[in-house]
Design a protein around this ligand. Structure first.
Ligand code: F6P
Length: 361
């Protein structure tokens, strides 16, 4: 192998730059040149790329200054995009043609990006390995994706800050967090930030039931003899009712029993996606990159590297915490996570049910 391409695609995630740096270093150490494709599959179709390795005076390969200095930055130095043309066979054929000058491709991204990677391998025989990166943690066959830990740290910090002001005014807050259709960030943050309840799509509650939970949580939290100074409810983006409406309806319901109670709403939005990657994201990203370059070198294709011990299946790597999984299996499990048929979702729901009373104490 002489030259590989690498791209970041879909919603950016903190740790993408760490993965770019680590993949470039691992490849350079093995005499492989790395070329970065700009703005995901868009840049591939537009022919926009730049080398991430340079020749040293001694004739070896080293990462460019840009790659070397960006590992601790959020976002992606290559840029990222969701490419509509790649949903069409013609767009993918064009992309495969552009990849002919490379011996392999590493795709760093989420569900849509890995679907594109699988199509490149299946339809055109492109040698491709995926690295999971998405704050949503909605990908199958991996316990975590790049960006999840940083996003959770950001949410917990934001909740701590909101709790300060909430306690000062004895208020209740609903904090909405990103995650698209996945409630993982909401559930995990509710536990870690000391939330009183978590509202997420996978629960299947309708609007009336959500208002009921919110009102009951606030009423219980502010019972006269409890001395509680704040109520914090985490809401997932995937819950299809705006925070403001939930708050207004819960407030109306509490008017008689808890007059004067104030419930406020904060939507964290894209704030959660930025920032410097945490230690865990940097470590996971670096180890994924090692496994991805090694897999390409070994002739593997149509796979994703995963944060999952070999005990649960997958192809073992030199790293005991990283396994490789066929992209077909990853995408099937991702679909099952979304439609709720995955055992992982069932286990998450059971855990949250078991924790519901504890959270509200
Ligand atoms: O998939 C990552 C994510 O941040 C989701 O949590 C969110 O729903 C979506 O991307 C937002 O996308 P955009 O940045 O295009 O608004």
């Amino acid at each position: 192998m002489k030259r590989i391409a690498i791209l970041t695609s879909g919603g950016d995630a903190p740790g993408m730059n760490t993965a770019l740096r680590a993949a470039t270093l691992v490849a350079a150490d093995r005499g492989i040149q790395v070329v970065g494709i700009e703005r995901g599959y868009e840049g591939l179709l537009e022919g926009k790329d730049r080398p991430l390795t340079r020749r040293t005076a001694a004739g070896g390969l080293a990462p460019t200054f840009e790659v070397d200095t960006s590992a601790s930055l959020g976002g992606s130095i290559l840029g990222s995009a969701r490419c509509k043309a790649f949903y069409e066979a013609e767009g993918r054929a064009h992309g495969a043609k552009a990849l002919e000058r490379f011996d392999g491709l590493i795709v760093i991204g989420g569900n849509g990006s890995l679907t594109g990677a699988q199509a490149l391998a299946d339809e055109h025989g492109v040698r491709v390995i995926g690295i999971p990166a998405s704050i949503d943690n909605d990908l199958g066959c991996t316990a975590s994706a790049i960006g999840v830990d940083t996003a959770l740290n950001t949410i917990v910090e934001a909740c701590d800050r909101i709790s300060d002001t909430a306690r000062a005014h004895r208020r209740a807050f609903v904090v909405e967090v990103m995650g698209r259709e996945s409630g993982y960030l909401c559930m995990a943050a509710a536990v870690a930030a000391g939330g009183d309840a978590a509202l997420f799509r996978e629960d299947g509650r309708d609007e009336d039931a959500l208002v009921e939970v919110l009102a009951a949580t606030v009423a219980r939290g502010f019972e006269a003899d409890r001395g509680k100074q704040r109520v914090l409810v985490l809401k997932a983006e995937g819950v299809d009712v705006p925070c403001t409406r939930l708050v207004r309806r819960a407030q109306e319901r509490l008017e008689k029993t808890l007059p004067g109670v104030e419930i406020r709403a904060t939507v964290l939005g894209h704030l959660v996606r930025g920032g410097s990657p945490s230690f865990l994201d940097r470590m996971i990203a670096s180890r994924f990159a090692l496994a991805a370059v090694t897999a390409l070198e070994a002739g593997a294709t149509n796979e994703m590297v995963a944060w999952q011990a070999p005990l649960s299946g997958g192809i073992a790597t030199v790293d005991r915490s990283v396994t490789r999984w066929p992209l077909g299996q990853v995408l099937a499990e991702t679909k099952a996570l979304l439609d709720g048929t995955s055992p992982v979702i069932k286990a998450r729901l059971a855990l949250m049910k078991a924790a519901a009373g504890v959270l509200a104490l």
